[in-house]
Design a protein around this ligand. Structure first.
Ligand SMILES: [Zn+2]
Length: 83
């Protein structure tokens, strides 16, 4: 497992494991040990967690992973017509 976080995000976007749509709302807080949707590492209590509300689901990210997921999702071919 030597994938970088961006590589993980790209793989999950193309596998449909991460959404490509724009989130409706984002909440910030401290982690509660749940795994990050992007890098799969636990979001520990001293780290900032972003809770991202989408149409059908809610995802948890490290603040840094959220910041990488957004532009990567925006550039994904899935957002531009592909099912
Ligand atoms: Zn993460």
């Amino acid at each position: 497992m030597d994938q970088t976080t961006v590589e993980k995000i790209l793989a999950k976007l193309s596998d449909g494991l991460l959404p490509v749509q724009e989130p409706e709302k984002t909440w910030g807080g401290y982690g509660s040990g749940n795994p990050c949707a992007a890098c799969d590492e636990p979001i520990l209590p001293h780290l900032v967690e972003h809770e991202v509300d989408l149409e059908s689901t809610t995802l948890l990210f490290h603040a840094a992973c959220d910041a990488m997921w957004r532009p990567t999702a925006a550039g994904s071919p899935r957002r531009h017509g592909a099912p």
